[in-house]
Design a binder for this molecule. Structure first.
Ligand code: PMP
Length: 390
């Protein structure tokens, strides 16, 4: 058995500048990352608040391990659902003003589960063009027809909604878009869905933990009720600093997922210690100052970058893309930054649309003003090495 076809395909990807390669991280703390013996300032992590290393969160992991052991031992409907999972669900449901919450092992599986479970029968999914791959894959694999509206284009969505008749329709968008960092026009989405009686789903992977008075994300920030956003999804692997995800909504929705979501029913429940640590992180975020520090860092970066004439998008979030438009140039810029001790990921097609290859800079509460200055200086120098870049 030869893998000639696979080798050829990889070679083609390499030639086109789209080959992906992993790097082994040897050490990561306080916005410093060590790879292949070199230390870098890390501007590529989704740990926006530095929660991964917070002593209280680590302590909660340890206590969770002592109380529950390493793993959950089974899928949730067998014996994998513990008091630790239940406590986290209850906390989220109460704070988010939802009737019920269900935990998933990852945001990827939560998104797929929503599509698979809600659409085992025909229906319609209208998704923003820039929805995450996990949602789009789920939407393509289920029985619903998938149609995509232009990114944040409410008149396009309205025209697609106007054509629906008697079909279950789910409209899906993201609180903060993962690769662009901009926000969905949530209030308009709510109004359109109310008019057409469509279910609105918000994937808040990048808003959860960061937005809102207590860090509960877009729902808290915009004051979105269960009625307005009946399917709310969030993840723990980014600002919360652990891993896993949840879906929040009505009792019927959650009971339905418990009974139909194959990703839930047939997968070992996340380790209870992870639920304990996640709850500790959420509590810490609600009472801590990290979110304010992150906002200050975002403002500082944008001001320095503007002064330096770097072309930014209008993202006000921790995700600050610099669009380059060519995969080779994006890689060259990322490598140029590495030579200056700064780690920024080059994000290329197919993760983002063709000709929008970019640097995806992510800011964290852990960065100091000096770190941000070093990033901007590095960007200027790396750009000078590539005069045709913005
Ligand atoms: N949705 C969005 C918008 C994401 O950015 C991600 C992670 N990249 C996911 C879902 C998947 O979440 P997880 O990493 O928990 O699988």
């Amino acid at each position: 058995m030869s893998f000639e076809r696979l080798a050829q395909s990889l070679n083609q990807k390499h030639q086109a500048g789209y080959l992906r390669q992993r790097r082994t991280v040897e050490y990561e703390k306080d916005a410093i990352i060590c790879v292949e013996g070199q230390h870098y300032l890390n501007f590529a992590s989704n740990d926006y608040l530095g929660m991964r290393q917070q002593p209280e969160v680590l302590q909660a992991w340890v206590e969770g391990l002592a109380a529950y052991g390493g793993g959950s031992g089974a899928s949730p409907l067998v014996t994998g659902y513990s008091q630790a999972h239940q406590a986290l669900e209850t906390y989220l449901a109460e704070r988010l003003n939802r009737e019920a919450v269900l935990l998933f092992n990852s945001g990827f599986s939560a998104n797929q589960a929503v599509c698979q479970a809600l659409f085992s029968e025909p229906g319609l999914i209208l998704a923003d063009k820039l929805m995450h791959a996990s949602f789009l894959d789920g939407a393509m694999a289920c029985e619903a027809q998938l149609r995509r509206f232009r990114h944040n284009d409410m008149s396009h969505l309205a025209s697609l909604l106007a054509g629906i008749q008697n079909a279950d329709c789910l409209v899906a968008s993201e609180g903060i878009f993962s690769m662009d960092g901009d926000a969905a026009p949530v209030e308009s989405l709510v109004a359109l869905c109310e008019q057409q009686q469509a279910w609105l789903m918000l994937d808040d992977a990048h808003g959860f933990g960061v937005l809102g008075e207590n860090g509960l994300g877009s729902a808290e920030h915009y004051g979105l009720s269960q009625q307005q956003v009946p399917v709310l999804m969030g993840t723990f692997g980014k600002a919360i600093g652990t891993a896993g995800a949840f879906v929040a909504g009505s009792r019927e929705l959650i009971e339905y997922l418990v009974n139909h979501a194959r990703h839930y029913i047939y997968s070992t429940a996340l380790p209870p210690a992870q639920a304990v640590a996640t709850l500790a992180s959420l509590r810490l975020i609600a009472s801590g100052s990290e979110r304010q520090q992150l906002q200050a860092n975002i403002a500082h970066f944008r001001s320095l970058a503007n002064q330096a004439g770097l072309l930014l998008t209008d993202s006000q979030s921790a995700i600050q893309p610099v669009i380059v438009g060519d995969p080779h140039k994006a890689l060259a810029l990322s490598n140029g930054l590495k030579e200056r001790g700064i780690w920024v990921a080059a994000i290329r097609y197919p993760t983002v649309p063709k000709h929008t290859d970019r640097l995806r800079i992510t800011l964290s509460a852990q960065h100091s003003e000096r770190d941000i200055q070093a990033l901007v200086d590095g960007l200027i120098l790396a750009r000078e090495a590539l005069p045709q870049c913005n």
